[in-house]
Design a protein around this ligand. Structure first.
Ligand code: TEU
Ligand code: CA
Length: 556
């Protein structure tokens, strides 16, 4: 398997609104990112992914675009962007943008035109349907963010489809004009030198024929069986690849919502010429049973091992995936999978030890490199995320949960957890993100968790990330290789050996908050490549791992 730059590279996701504010208006911006490029480079990052930076009314923080070839004024100008791209490339890094092509904003010219009349030339850019016979929405589809996925347009008496908020109408990909518009926008950025795209909810672009009612199953199943993987999705992805991506030295990282281990190959196998890679939702949603703000299951390590294995096997030697433990849509990884209190430092390091040794492209999210944690928002006025706000509003009507519990759920699972401002230092107000009150409040724990302090501390999470990402560059076995699991059914330890040609490593991870030991008679002469404790306790035939200890051995 050939390791192209994007397979081997480490991706660092930036959520621009929360990254760094250069002009103290409380909102992160492009110049703020430029100021931090040396910092990003110091992490051994290869590829920066920017969440949407295009003009948008911000109903969903830029995931509702009203002009695909412009920069959101709050984030800066096109000149700022050109400088950001140039400065990124100067440092040997690449830059990818977020392509939100399943839907646009209802304030996009296309939709404003489409609403004017049934025979407007833009009408067919969207999905319109007559009311059902009883007068309600055309079918039972629910939006990802609560309520019906259909909104009535009073003028024409027809409904339009929006799988996300009603300000995010779905584009009709069956219309070749829509596809050309999107491809043109992609070319606009690629011609500037952009290195590819992260593709937002791309498995949703093709809708099932006849818009059939969804079965009464959990929301994740509805996504998988009804909203995603439509009949023409592969035709369009091939077309997009052939007409656009393949013409450039660029790649696609798809958000693999609704994709499972059985159909992933259709999207990413090398001979398909569709997508270069995707990240799936099985790990990200491993504690989310049906959908966010529904049932939550406790974290289960054996299940996580099974998921990693299942996906590794599904694409082995044929395709490629990326791995992430968090992004702007999920609670913070250390709070979900580690211990963000007593073993904060240990568990944050251990989790990255695991993630950086999985097969596939490594995808990390801003702030995780310093172990940023979930935030406790004190009341609903502090909540910003549209998904959480809609949940809270809907709950006020249904009274399914008490208001206290609803807020507790938002604090546990909500997307604002990942969107609090990056914590740059302890001295400045708002953790150095901005002098003005930020659009979403800074986590008060910036006093203890911040870039500046960790930069100066050789034992910090930040410097541990740096060393892991550096050795990953030097050893391809980190990126891919044959896996041999040890004690697979052990619910506390995750232990595996990997080899690729002459390279052999062993990874030992303790997910528990007390010491755990296992038989180590198979370990011979070794060199320690990474260890989040000072020592490794190997006695005769036994390895004893400290709470949340994570170790990588180079097996000679
Ligand atoms: O996310 C799609 C998606 O599936 C998420 O809505 C996810 O289900 C949810 O956040 C988890 O509970 C993408 C973007 O990453 C997200 O930020 C956007 O809001 C969404 O698409 C619409 O563009
Ligand atoms: Ca700003």
């Amino acid at each position: 398997m050939e390791l192209t730059w994007f397979k081997k590279g480490t991706i660092y996701q930036i959520y621009p609104r929360s990254f760094n504010d250069s002009n103290d208006d409380g909102i992160g911006d492009l110049r703020g990112i430029i100021q931090k490029l040396d910092y990003i480079n110091s992490l051994h990052i290869d590829i920066i992914w920017l969440s949407p930076i295009f003009s948008s009314p911000n109903d969903d923080n830029g995931y509702d675009i009203n002009d695909y070839c412009s920069i959101m004024p709050e984030f800066g100008t096109m000149d700022d962007f050109d400088e950001l791209l140039e400065e990124t490339h100067k440092r040997g890094m690449r830059l990818i943008l977020d392509l939100v092509a399943n839907h646009c904003s209802d304030e996009h010219k296309w939709f404003e035109e489409a609403k004017k009349s049934k025979d407007n030339p833009y009408r067919n850019y969207f999905h319109w349907k007559k009311p059902s016979i009883n007068g309600g929405p055309p079918n039972n589809w629910k939006s990802f963010f609560g309520g019906s996925a259909w909104e009535l347009d009073e003028v024409s008496g027809e409904y339009y489809l929006h799988l996300f908020t009603k300000k995010q109408p779905d584009l009709n990909w069956e219309n070749s004009k829509v596809r050309e518009e999107i491809y043109d926008a992609m070319r606009f950025w690629l011609d500037k030198g952009v290195d590819g795209f992260r593709m937002d909810v791309i498995p949703l672009i093709s809708k099932p024929e006849g818009y059939p009612d969804a079965p009464e199953v959990g929301f994740r199943k509805i996504i998988e069986n009804v909203y995603a993987n439509g009949p023409t999705v592969h035709q369009y992805l091939k077309e997009m690849n052939e007409e656009v991506i393949s013409k450039y030295d660029a790649f696609s990282l798809a958000e693999g919502v609704g994709i499972n281990e059985d159909n992933v190959g259709l999207y990413v196998n090398n001979d398909r010429n569709e997508l270069d890679m995707l990240y799936h939702f099985d790990i990200l949603e491993c504690t989310i049973v049906n959908g966010k703000f529904e049932e939550v299951s406790p974290f289960d390590l054996v299940q996580m091992k099974q998921i990693f294995k299942k996906w590794r096997d599904a694409i082995h030697e044929t395709g490629w995936i990326a791995n992430a433990l968090g992004n702007h849509d999920f609670a913070r990884m250390v709070s979900r999978f580690g211990d963000d209190k007593k073993y904060h430092k240990e568990s944050a390091k251990m989790l990255m030890t695991m993630l950086s040794t999985q097969n596939g492209t490594l995808n990390i999210y801003q702030g995780d490199e310093i172990g940023m944690t979930n935030i406790s928002l004190l009341n609903i006025e502090e909540v910003r995320d549209i998904q959480s706000l809609n949940f809270y509003k809907e709950n006020k009507i249904t009274h399914k949960y008490t208001e206290e519990l609803a807020l507790e759920m938002i604090n546990k699972e909500g997307r604002d957890n990942a969107r609090t401002p990056v914590q740059w230092n302890s001295d400045d107000i708002n953790g150095g993100f901005s002098k003005k009150e930020p659009w979403l409040k800074a986590n008060p724990n910036y006093k203890d968790i911040n870039v500046k302090d960790q930069d100066e501390d050789p034992n910090s999470i930040l410097n541990f990330y740096r060393s892991l990402l550096k050795i990953r560059k030097e050893h391809d076995v980190f990126v891919h290789g044959d896996f041999q699991e040890i004690e697979f059914n052990n619910p506390k330890l995750y232990i595996y050996k990997k080899n690729l040609g002459k390279e052999k490593i062993m990874v030992m991870l303790n997910f528990n908050n007390s010491e755990e030991s296992f038989d180590a008679s198979s370990i011979n002469e070794v060199e320690i490549l990474a260890n989040n404790y000072e020592n490794l306790d190997i006695e005769s035939n036994k390895v004893v791992l400290k709470p949340y200890q994570g170790v990588i051995l180079d097996l000679k």
